[in-house]
Ligand binder design. Structure first.
Ligand SMILES: Nc1ncnc2c1ncn2[C@@H]1O[C@H](COP(=O)(O)OP(=O)(O)O)[C@@H](O)[C@H]1O
Ligand SMILES: [Mg+2]
Length: 345
């Protein structure tokens, strides 16, 4: 009899999704990132941990934009950084194009790093003020020892054009640019090594509203031109609707709901998603007039001591006994619509 090793089977299942036939570029399974809190002499004793990411699972398909949304402190940035191996995962798996990357080291890690890049929220803080734009954008090429000096200069000019900046400004310094332009510089730098996957961590949150749409348009255009896949992190739901194909909502280290954008906006099922969504203004004045804001009581609990049962139970308007006892699992309640809530399933 022909026996297929279980390993081969699961590898295969990770490469393409049977439901959609689309290639999965990234698969995150039960990812955890705990930051130890140390105490005692020389801070050697671990007394507790910040459970920043506490069992997150999702997939991202080739060429799509997955939004990751939730209030400040819920673990979005840590998720992004742990995926990119800027932090070592506490446990769980991250597969990039079917390959487990949490255990990579040395050359294979460097090779993988070229494929995955991050764009940061704060273009002021993430660009070295003492480096010219040309050096900032070209630095990844130097670090990875790519091309001659002249080839690198050409590539930098090409990258600046790609993000809508005039290569003429290559010798200027970050402070000579506006916030939107600085975000473009950061984007050019992250594209230097030709990545296929980008974690954009609140790339427009620090920008003027008038500039936000321009940067969003640029991200979309780059996605089309270069075939990029994005994990787009945002703290509210207003910007992600049109940009993202699917949206995952995060609360206190866990994903509480994930669905296609339109589905999430028209049929939010988790009480936390409903509350987040109720804060988003609607362009239709009649609908906007009737919009009821759901105000959540209290603050997000500490990730050092998350509640027993459902993480959301301290603020949930519909919590019942079971919500204080059992942690709800993320379940597919409608096609491609996943929710972790005892009141929905
Ligand atoms: N390097 C770190 N050391 C300790 N705690 C951290 C560290 N980075 C983040 N945290 C904590 O982890 C939680 C999640 O943070 P973060 O991922 O930055 O959330 P978000 O990006 O959603 O605002 C927060 O409670 C934060 O204080
Ligand atoms: Mg963050």
């Amino acid at each position: 009899m022909n026996q297929v090793a279980p390993d081969t089977l699961s590898e295969h299942a990770g490469a393409t999704s049977s439901e959609t036939g689309r290639e999965i570029i990234l698969e995150v399974t039960d990812l955890k990132k705990y930051f130890p809190i140390k105490s005692g002499v020389l801070f050697q004793r671990e007394v507790a941990a910040v459970k920043a990411v506490d069992g997150v699972s999702f997939k991202i398909f080739q060429g799509e934009t997955l939004g990751l949304v939730g209030e400040s402190g819920c673990g979005k940035s840590t998720t992004g950084r742990t995926i990119l191996q800027l932090y070592r995962a506490t446990s769980g798996s991250v597969k990039f194009r079917g390959q487990e990357i949490t255990s990579l080291k040395g050359t294979s890690m460097r090779k993988m790093r070229r494929e995955m890049q991050m764009v940061f929220q704060d273009p002021y803080a993430s660009l070295n003020p003492r480096m010219s734009v040309g050096r900032i954008v070209g630095e990844p090429l130097v670090v990875h020892n790519i091309g001659t000096k002249k080839e690198r200069e050409e590539r930098v000019a090409e990258l600046l054009k790609l993000v809508g900046l005039n290569p003429y400004f290559v010798n200027r310094y970050p402070h000579e640019f506006s916030g939107g332009q600085r975000q473009r510089i950061g984007l050019a730098r992250s594209l230097a090594l030709n990545p296929s996957f980008i974690v954009a961590d609140e790339p427009i949150s620090a920008l003027d509203v008038s500039i936000q749409a321009q940067v969003v348009n640029l991200l979309e255009q780059l996605q089309d031109d270069l075939g990029l896949t994005y994990l787009f992190i945002a703290h509210d739901l207003s910007m992600v609707r049109h940009l993202c194909d699917r949206v995952a909502v995060m609360y206190l280290g866990k994903i509480v709901e994930i669905a296609e954008s339109e589905e999430l906006y028209t049929n939010p099922l988790h009480p936390y998603t409903q509350a987040l969504l109720s804060a988003v203004p609607v362009p239709d004045p009649v609908v906007e007039e009737q919009r009821q804001r759901i105000i959540l009581k209290g603050d997000v609990p500490s990730p050092i001591n998350p509640p027993i049962g459902c993480n959301f139970n301290t603020r949930c308007p519909v919590a019942v006994d079971v919500c204080h006892e059992e942690d709800p699992k993320l379940e597919e309640v409608l096609p491609s619509h996943w929710v972790a809530c005892h009141r929905v399933v």
